[in-house]
Write a protein that binds this ligand. Structure first.
Ligand SMILES: NC(=O)c1ccc[n+]([C@@H]2O[C@H](COP(=O)([O-])OP(=O)(O)OC[C@H]3O[C@@H](n4cnc5c(N)ncnc54)[C@H](O)[C@@H]3O)[C@@H](O)[C@H]2O)c1
Ligand SMILES: [Zn+2]
Ligand SMILES: [Zn+2]
Length: 362
């Protein structure tokens, strides 16, 4: 029997989100019904609401979530009812060329639930990143559920489902930060601060935080930044060079999603350094107008980082264990716990820079 529950829906570009009754089907083959316990408000939800990802309104927002498996469809062996899971948006297929080559983190055919969640009039919803977890229940593909230790706080570990994993992976996996490296992070929201934590875990000795907001920079210091740069007051490229003995950083992580910060990250890098772009651009944005000789002459690498190149089945349980051992400060990313009715206000707080993560508790 389908379930009628509450969901946070973005109906049209420019309109505030609203709570609406939504219909969530029972799980079909390969699908899992999840009782959502907590879901963080990520900047990507705001991108969806504003039309920065696609025009497929109405969107069911929310995608940084943890919850309990309520029911499973035929053929599901990955999880059973009662399991505590973190949801992910890259459930790998196991059969595409990338998967078969042993590089499933680059899977080209990731899975979502086949059945659609709808409004009560039957209008199909587009769930954010194939999840849609600002809702009492959501329907996902079995591979989107990663079981983790149930001792963990859902509000904290749900954040691994998107922004925090993206930032950690940008430093640890895509950027492959090594002991003694210098790292600069442009944009110190939830994603950028997670990149700072990742850089410290990997042994970086200089970690430069770049933002426009002094409050954000102070929080970045709390996560392990060794140098703070307010890019509204000083040239961040020169400031990163200054903090790194005049060289530039070995790894620059762009965690804003803008051509300007991508260009700054490009030039704030040491020769042969790496730029990791984890910030999400809008479809209208164009690459910075760079001389090709700068691209060639500076060497190194420019790497986009989807989800921090993580593999949820490999990375989530290990990171949750590190969190439970006190080695990963996930609690510090939770600025406030809110209700489903507070998501619109949470977007305003995010835009003002008042929070790192507002987490909806359901
Ligand atoms: N690649 C992925 O898999 C992935 C996953 C999650 C989020 N994201 C993206 O990462 C980006 C950051 O997400 P978030 O949730 O941390 O957002 P956020 O809004 O919390 O943080 C963005 C930060 O960038 C700062 N900023 C804005 N303009 C700046 C500039 N010119 N220079 C320096 N700092 C500037 C803001 O002050 C803010 O602190 C977004 O684009 C989001 O969509 C990507
Ligand atoms: Zn695949
Ligand atoms: Zn996200």
């Amino acid at each position: 029997m389908p379930h009628e529950v509450r969901g946070v829906v973005a109906s049209r570009q420019g309109e505030p989100v609203s709570i609406q009754p939504i219909i969530v089907p029972d799980p079909g083959p390969g699908e899992v019904l999840v009782d959502v316990q907590a879901c963080g408000v990520c900047h990507t939800d705001l991108h969806y609401k504003q039309g920065g990802i696609s025009d497929d309104y109405p969107f069911l927002l929310g995608h940084e979530a943890a919850g309990t498996v309520s029911a499973v469809g035929d053929g599901v062996t990955e999880v059973s009812p009662g399991a505590f899971v973190v949801l992910n948006w890259r459930a790998v297929c196991g059969t595409c060329r990338a998967c078969l080559r042993g590089r499933p983190q680059y899977c080209f055919a990731t899975k979502n639930a086949a059945q659609k969640m709808t409004l009560t009039d039957g209008t199909e919803l587009s769930p954010a990143l194939g999840i849609g977890a600002f809702a009492d229940k959501t329907l996902v593909a079995a591979g989107q559920c990663t079981p983790v230790s149930s001792a963990a706080d859902p509000a904290a570990v749900g954040l691994l489902g998107c922004g925090v994993m993206a930032g950690l992976g940008a430093a640890l996996i895509t950027g492959a930060v090594a002991p003694g490296d210098s790292v600069a992070v442009f944009g110190c929201g939830g994603v950028g601060d997670a990149a700072i934590v990742g850089a410290r875990l990997a042994g970086a000795t200089t970690v430069v935080a770049v933002d426009l907001d002094d409050r954000k920079l102070e929080w970045a210091r709390g996560f392990g930044a060794t140098h703070l740069v307010n890019a509204s007051k000083v040239d961040p490229v020169l400031a990163v060079r200054e903090a790194t003995g005049g060289f530039g950083a070995d790894v620059c992580v762009e965690a804003v999603g803008s051509p300007k910060t991508l260009e700054q990250a490009f030039f704030a890098r040491d020769l042969a350094g790496t730029v990791v772009q984890v910030g999400v651009p809008t479809p209208q944005m164009r690459m910075p107008d760079l001389a090709m000789i700068d691209f060639f002459g500076r060497g190194g690498a420019l790497k986009p980082s989807w989800y921090g190149d993580c593999l949820p089945s490999r990375d989530f349980p290990a990171l949750v264990d590190m969190y439970l051992q006190g080695r990963l400060p996930l609690d510090d990313f939770v600025s406030e716990r809110i209700g489903l009715e507070d998501v619109e206000e949470a977007f305003a707080k995010m835009s003002r820079g008042d929070v790192l993560r507002s987490v909806v508790i359901i």
